[in-house]
Design a protein around this ligand. Sequence first.
Ligand code: COA
Length: 323
Amino acid sequence: MIRGVGLAVPEKLLTNSDLEKIVDTTDEWIKTRTGMEVRHIAEEGRDTSDLAAEAVQRALDDAGMTVSDLDAIIVATVTGDMQFPSTACFVQDKLGAKQAAAFDIAAACSGFIYALSIANGLIASGQFRHIAVVGAEILSRITDYEDRATCVLFGDGAGAAIVAPADGSGRGILDTYLRSDGSLHELLYMPGGGTKYPASHKTVDEKYHYIKMEGREVFKYAVTAMGEAAEYILERNGLSGDDVALLIPHQANSRIIEATAKRVKIPPERVFVNIQKYGNTSAASIPIALAEAKQEGRLRPGDLVLLVAFGAGFTWGSALLRF
Ligand code: COA
């Protein structure tokens, strides 16, 4: 079960009107095509692990637990501090979580659901009791602010959940569903920085260290896959949209969110949307939304919550929680 949630976002803001001054775009285009209005941007010197550690500390506070309770830290990210060690190790060090295992998961925007599924399995196996599952990104550092098709979309932030064994009350992670299709990786990727294209003058000149995306194509796949993942996990558990207290979808585009909700017949008042405030924060979007939903009183103990995401890889998936 999820015992506590927390979020951390940088203070600096990037608004649609700021973007109008950087690339050939308009506030109207961004709002109507994506639903976005503002994103948070990490200040120089602030690392992904800083945001992640803050989010974990807040989630621990929310759970009434301390760092010494943590057996493991899993960070879902595609913008880790370094290629290695894992960002989770930096978080472990910053928190002083001396007895915790630490590792990262790279599943892009689906990363939090992947990490949650792994944490749930590790706890069910009896290996660990308390795991901090974090989604944390500084996407602004891999965004090309000369490319209007991508730079309006992404923001920075982190969210965390403390996952613990079920307490017998029926609350817990009921099911998770994970999928992938690597054959479509070139629709959304960052080619540089790995062993295929190690840093060179050529990779820098050709902007291999920035996000490349075929937005229209990604959009089509995202709508189909998120709808299917939401529908499938409900059916597999003998549930329908009527049973869901809150749908928390990955926040990539308000039109994708609307299509997903429609597919499982969940009305807008039971769909959590904060894309206007943060843009797309990849793996951080769902845990940020979880923490905000709880803060706003939209999540109560015992609520059935449906999470669904789609991202680079492609990867996609869903999770059903009794919060
Ligand atoms: N401002 C103004 N115009 C823009 C623009 C911007 N920031 N970005 C693109 N355009 C233009 C395009 O050049 C195109 O112009 P043209 O018709 O003259 O060629 C037009 O707007 C439509 O572009 P298109 O890419 O078809 O728009 P879209 O409706 O598909 O919206 C996205 C673009 C990126 C918002 C949308 O495709 C999307 O959200 N895709 C999925 C993103 C996603 O989920 N990514 C991460 C997965 S987690």
